[in-house]
Design a binder for this molecule. Sequence first.
Ligand code: NAD
Ligand code: MG
Length: 389
Amino acid sequence: MATRLSILGVTGSIGNSTVSVVESLGPGRFDVVAVTGHANIDGLASAARRLHADLAVTADPARLDALRQALSGTGIEAAAGPDALIEAASRPVDVVMSAIVGAAGLRPTLAAVRQGATIALANKETLVAAGALFLDEIARSGARLLPVDSEHNAIFQLVAHEKTPIERLLLTASGGPFRTWSVEQMAAASPKQAVAHPNWSMGARISIDSASMFNKALEMIEAGHLFGAGPDKIEVVVHPQSIIHSMVGYRDGSILAHLGPSDMRVAIGYALAWPERPDLPVERLDFADLARLDFEAPDITRFPALRLAREAMAAGGLTPCALNAAHEIALDAFIAGQIGFLDMASLVEATLSRLGAQPQAAMLDDVFDADQTARRVARELTVTMPAGN
Ligand code: NAD
Ligand code: MG
């Protein structure tokens, strides 16, 4: 029986790799129901055609005509707008790949959870923002959550057969393009420099987040929810080669590591084929060729995002949600040249301190409210920052 699959964010970096995995696993393995995108209508229509999807949805209502035209004669249904996105995520399937970027992925991912589908989760912002409430929704609907973020997918594989509790999680980080840069160089960094990731090919936003280590900050919070670990049990290890995708330490001193090529198709394939392991046409590691693996401690002074994540986890409640929202605004402002690279962390910190202690969310509306409030405060504070480059 084919696995029924929908892909939210099919036009992105994870979306493209998902299409590639589906195609390499061969015809008949997946029956693709819905695919969604946003501005890239050609990419959306082309993915829908290649995968023989039933439905293609763009989040942007103004692009419906363009999508209809791009799909004319194919019999593939076209729709647009936020409600259509929810409808796409709600169509009954076995697995939903959640690969929209940012908090925009939250409502569609929740819709996918509510239909009880297995969620292959790339959209880490959903877990960071909605945290325990998101996990409650999963428990209530009987949905299953499979992490696609490479670090979390690695840990998921490492804990799968262990019955003893973990002692610590070691999240690996490449250190990004500015790993060896001085504070002065980082202060003057442009979006173009920040987007140039040394090892992984990813969407622009997450690439810049790797340069600032905000990506790792979000991943610490994500790991806390996925594996029930507090900030004291989560360490970040800089590992420039990105060959070890993360590690788990046990109480006997053993450390298990997951190694593989820096290719998201491994994590995506694992989530799509779970509980089996698929055959994938990815590079095989050659250890003689690699010769060495390096490790170093992260520099919290140059990468304050890691400290902010730890503080947000300790503060709890809606603080991680506010951190995520403020960070999205800070990232927009950096990309737009309104603030400098290091101002992103300052803006997030200033927003969190302006907001003060954040209560626990009692319901999902509290999450959406906290998200909006933090965005508003961060936007207000942006104008007080010195201009970027
Ligand atoms: P991307 O920017 O390449 O693609 C984003 C996708 O989201 C696109 O399909 C786009 O159309 C869609 N989208 C954007 N704004 C939208 C909106 N407002 N409403 C609906 N859809 C919208 O991003 P990506 O790099 O593929 O990352 C996707 C998610 O996966 C992110 O949460 C990211 O943190 C996570 N992730 C990515 C990688 C990677 O290698 N790229 C690795 C780990 C985790
Ligand atoms: Mg990751």
